[in-house]
Design a protein around this ligand. Structure first.
Ligand code: BGC
Length: 467
């Protein structure tokens, strides 16, 4: 069993604590269902590449391959100070960013706040009121001046699928990452934010609406000319890269065919038609109980929001079959989304005795050392599959564009915080693209794009204002 899984990156752990035969059988079944061997990885990446083409050709495909109206990479000479707002899946971050050109680290003054649950599932006016309030507090606290004659320029990073026909507007197609706010889908998010800002008498103009992946691509290119792709492996999952307008048949525009255009792939929706991804019953349960069933199939199997939940569903299943926590009260564990990916990271990095305490504080369940060791094994199974799938989208972009070397600029909690995600991802990418992985020297490798969303928004604002 171990040999079978070591090929796809699972560590071989000594079985210090004996698991019962039924438990071992259940574990073997889970490992089999979650295993994606190298051949399967290649098939997924090949289908991924087809979906990239389909999304560029026609509207209404799984991958919406959104044109971002960001025409080209920065030169590295863009400078100035910009207000940015980054509305992600978990937090809102308001920043004042000063760009000093390639070679100098941008200066960031920022305020991070958690997005309350009531906002995530409320009404449009609550969301935009919350965003405008966050900006208002920040602007006041920092003593930033904005008047009707001298408004502040804002770069707005909105990390959800929007259809844009310019850099300064975008209609939300659908909420992702568990958001379910009424009155925003189908609407222009810039107009809605604008209205909320005006209501507070804030003279702030949105000069760029961007996705976090475009932000990572542009922020990283600003400092590092070897950047080829921007990606997020965090609460959600997605990537952006550069195309030429002539390679986007669905785009009706008078722009010359060789005009560069950053594409936000929105590839969390890969395989929404269920042709290639090996979905387990747990993936199906997550989808069924999500606010948007049938959407974001790939994201629901690989992104941070869902990894902890897949893991929770598996351990509840073990409990239901009498294989874990036999005499314990599992009522807290039965609540959806009680386990986040941070705990899966801990499972693969902390000691077993420490994990007993951590698990109890999260779930109220007092697990034995043997049980925690089983949890560790299950976490490995779930996160290994996530890392390997995450390599497929990047490999597909590289194959489509004929990219043979360069940096994939990545931000997001899974990439930044999970102890083994990067090495498993690199190994899977190497398997798909047929090279022997040696992380430091891999021709295409992951580099950090920390704060990419904010810095990218500032750089794009600077590029736009220079136009
Ligand atoms: C969104 C993308 C975003 C990704 C990463 C997905 O759920 O649809 O727009 O880039 O999450 O944040």
């Amino acid at each position: 069993m171990d040999a079978m899984f070591s090929s796809c990156g699972l560590q071989t752990l000594p079985t210090e604590f004996a698991w019962s035969p039924p438990c071992l059988r259940a574990l073997t079944a889970i490992q089999r269902d979650f295993e994606i061997d190298d051949e399967k990885l290649k098939r997924i990446a090949a289908r991924f590449e087809e979906e990239l083409y389909e999304g560029l050709s026609k509207h209404g495909e799984n991958l919406t391959m959104e044109a971002t109206w960001v025409h080209g990479l920065p030169k590295g000479t863009e400078t100035g100070s910009f207000l940015t707002v980054d509305l992600g899946g978990t937090n809102i971050r308001v920043c004042w960013i000063t760009l000093r050109g390639r070679g100098c680290q941008p200066e960031i003054v920022q305020k991070l706040s958690h997005i309350p649950e009531v906002v995530k599932t409320g009404e449009a006016h609550q969301l935009w009121g919350f965003v405008a309030d966050s900006i208002d507090h920040f602007v006041r606290e920092r003593g930033l001046h904005c008047t009707a004659s001298s408004p502040l320029a804002l770069g707005f990073t909105f990390s959800y699928p929007v259809r844009q026909d310019s850099l300064t507007n975008g209609r939300l197609k659908t909420w992702t990452k568990g958001f379910d706010i009424k009155g925003v889908e189908g609407e222009d998010v810039v107009s809605q934010l604008d209205k909320a800002l005006r209501a507070k008498d804030l003279h702030i103009d949105v000069v760029a609406l961007i996705n976090d992946t475009t932000g990572a691509l542009i922020a990283s290119s600003y400092m590092d000319a070897e950047t080829v792709i921007g990606a997020i492996f965090g609460t959600g999952s997605n990537a952006a890269y550069m195309e030429n307008v002539g390679s986007i048949p669905k785009l009706k525009t008078p722009l010359p065919p060789d005009t560069p255009m950053a594409i936000n792939c929105e590839y969390g929706a890969f395989d929404n038609s269920h042709r290639v991804l090996p979905r387990t019953k747990f993936d199906q349960m997550i989808d069924r109980d999500s606010p948007r069933p049938g959407e974001q199939t790939f994201e629901k199997m690989s992104a941070g929001l869902y990894l902890g939940e897949i893991f929770r569903l598996i351990i509840c299943d073990f409990h239901d079959h009498g294989l874990l926590f036999k005499t314990q009260n599992v009522s807290r564990l039965a609540r959806p989304y009680t386990i986040d990916t941070a705990f899966l990271s801990a499972l693969e990095s902390d000691t077993l005795p420490n994990l007993v305490g951590k698990f109890e504080s999260i779930s109220g369940v007092e697990a034995t050392l043997g049980e925690v060791q089983l949890l560790r094994r299950l976490a490995e199974v779930v996160t290994t599959r996530g890392a390997r799938l995450s390599a497929c989208g990047i490999a597909a972009i590289c194959k489509k564009k004929g990219i043979r070397e360069g940096h994939v600029a990545v931000d997001g909690s899974v990439a930044n915080k999970h102890p083994t995600f990067k090495s498993r991802w690199a190994k899977a990418l190497a398997a798909i693209l047929d090279w022997q992985s040696d992380r430091e020297r891999d021709p295409i490798r992951m580099v950090g794009a920390k704060d990419g969303s904010g810095i990218g928004a500032a750089v794009i604002a600077a590029m736009h204002l220079r136009y």
